[in-house]
Structure formats: C-alpha cells, structure tokens
Design a protein around this ligand. Sequence first.
Ligand code: NIG
Ligand code: FE
Length: 408
Amino acid sequence: MNRPLLIGPFTQLFPMTGLPLKGALKDEQLSIIKNGGILVSEGKILEVGIFDELKSDDVDIHHVEGQQVCLPGFVDSHTHICFGGTRARDYAYRNAGKTYLEIAKAGGGIWDTVTQTRKASQDELVAGILSRSQKHLKNGVTTIEVKSGYGLSIKEELKMLRAIKQANETTNASLVPTCLAAHMKPKDWNHDKDYLDVIINELFPILKSENLANRVDAFVEESAFSPKEIKSYFQKAKEMGFDITVHADQFTTGGSQVAVDFDAVSADHLEASTEKEIQLLAKSNTIATALPGASLGLGCAYTPARKILDTGGALSIASDHNPGSAPMGDLLTQASILGTFEKLSNTEVLAGITFRAAAALRLSDRGKLEAGAQADFVVFATENYQEITYHQGQLKPSEVWKNGTPIH
Ligand code: NIG
Ligand code: FE
C-alpha cells in the first residue's frame, strides 16, 4: 500500500456532510473547515479535517498554494452527451418563433439527432463523449450520467451504450449509463411487434449480459410516451432490477405521477409541475431534478426549484447537455443561474450538484467529503466560497481531483 497523501491546506473546505437529503437549506447550515486537509489513499478518502492535525511523518503532502476553497467533485445526474451532429438549425428556428414541438413535427427535434447519431460510428460517438467529458472535468464535474436514446432501435441503442461503456474505460470521469430507448417512438418502426415490447424482450437482456446499464429512463410526454403507455415498460424494467428515472412534466404533467408510482430514483425536468406534482414528489423518495440548461436552451420557464425545496423535496440540478434543448452543457453556470431566478441559497445550489445529485444516481460514495468516499474533489482559487456561484461558472477550478489523483 502506498503512503497516504495529505492535500491542503484549504482556506475553506466544505465536506457537504450532515445536511439533509430533502428540503430547503440555509447557508448557516453549511459546515466549513478552515485550513482543511484531505487525507487520501488508494483513491479513497481516509480522513477530512484540519490540515495541521492530519500531518504526520507517515503521510506525503500535496501543498496547495494561496487561498483555495475545496468542495466535493460535482455530479451531473442527467446528460445526453452521446450524440452525433448538431441542432444549431433548431435553435435558430426556435429563436425565430417556432416552438420545440412544432420543430419536432417539421422534421427537426430528437429525430434529427437520431438520424445523425445513426450515421456516426461507435468510435466517433466515443470521441464525442470523451471531449464533452473532458470539458466537464475541467469544470469540476467528476461523475457524469450519460443516456442513450438517439438510437431508437436495438442495434443503434446498443451502439450508443457500448460507446458510453468504451468512453468510461478511457475518461478520468465516472460515467453512469442510462438506457433511454423510450425517448420517442421511432418514426421508422415497421415491425408487427410493439417497439417497447421489443426493447423489453430483446434489448434489456443484453444490457444485463453486457453490463451496459442498470438504469432505464423514458420521456413521458404527449410527443413521446403517455403515462398509460409507459406503465408496463417500467413495470417490466423494475422486475428485471433496473432503476427507473423519468423525463417528467417538461411541457405537460403526468410524468411525475408515473415516477412516484414506480418509486423512480429521479423525476427530471418538472418545468410544468404544479402544486399537486410538487407535493407528490416531496412525499416520495424520488429526487426532483431541475435542468436549467433546457430552460436556457429553449427559452422556457425554470423548474420551480424554490417551491420544490420549500415543500420538502430533494433537488438535484443537472445540465441535460444535449444537442437539442440544452446545447450549452456548463453545469456550474446553469446551477448558478437557476439560483438567481429561483432564489436558492448557495448551499442549495451546491447540494444540488454534489450529494443530492449523487443520490439521484443512487451513489452514496461521492458528493460528500468523508472517510470511505471516493477522493473526488474540486478546488477554486478564492478565499470565499460565495465567489463560486457569484461568478456564474466563470471562476474555473484551479485543481480537480478524481480517485485521489489530480487530473486538472
Ligand atoms: O431532456 N426532453 C426530452 N429529451 C431531451 C431533449 C433531447 C433533444 O431535444 O434532443 C431533454 O431535454
Ligand atoms: Fe434529458
């Protein structure tokens, strides 16, 4: 075993521990370790505390210079960074006044990306995932969920999920794959059998045997799948042991009810959620995920994050990075902006991209700096953590550590 490594001293270190998973958070609740240090070994955290108290002859030291703030590595719990092509045309159309659904019906939208993704080779998809992951890593995002959903056939969904698995073997980030074969009904489906039945019977067993994903997502929306249509799909996915997550209440409601009914790990989007859905989510185990990047990309309302928190819900904030509705892909910028519009405390924003986001992926070994957790953390050259959201993503990390190794 290598000698443990002590990293620090950090002017302010935020372990993000001791905070509840659900409900509103005040900045007074945030515990700060001044002149903090992190002791790591074999990629895991051994101890978090005051730097000088962790020093000993038995440890090596990585000194950080000047004023530095340290937080857990950020977690992006919802992305679509496996895709081919671009949808810049959609963006221009939208800004010329056409709606998301009008563009989809006119041949743009998700189906356009399906066509472009099907044309890409698996290696080309891997290259795209790697470059987007690299950008995320530089911005302090060390764990990234990645969905399929631009294949929409057995062969093409497999190509995407194999590309995600292949990229995960190369990138320094942890990629968490999700099968989104139920993103929309494939326009070219011409089999006698129902599309979702074929996914269940033919794709799901391969996901298990090749270990390609243990999470299943669906877009529950008028343009995709109705709550009624998706029920037996989710039922079967649950029986096979998949975690469920839902694209819910983006334009119309109904999805969050399905999410709660199936005890989904998360319900994501929620821009259209009303009091009723917010209450439902707050009483459930399902994490509500806001996707401000989609609001910014579409020019739509934000997820009612303030109400969700005040009602007692758990709020994750994710980028939704995709070529259509959320092309920006900058998690910290988006989370900070959501904070300004929804009046979120710094602690709520930071919780939403650390331990609450990790919970949305059912990962208990990250999003917090504590003994036993992965040694994933992000460092900013400032003396005051408030500068981080204040600069709305323009204050970039000075260091990013993944599994106890500096990768940026
Ligand atoms: O999360 N809402 C559905 N799916 C994606 C959009 C995908 C696309 O437009 O390509 C989303 O916003
Ligand atoms: Fe999405």
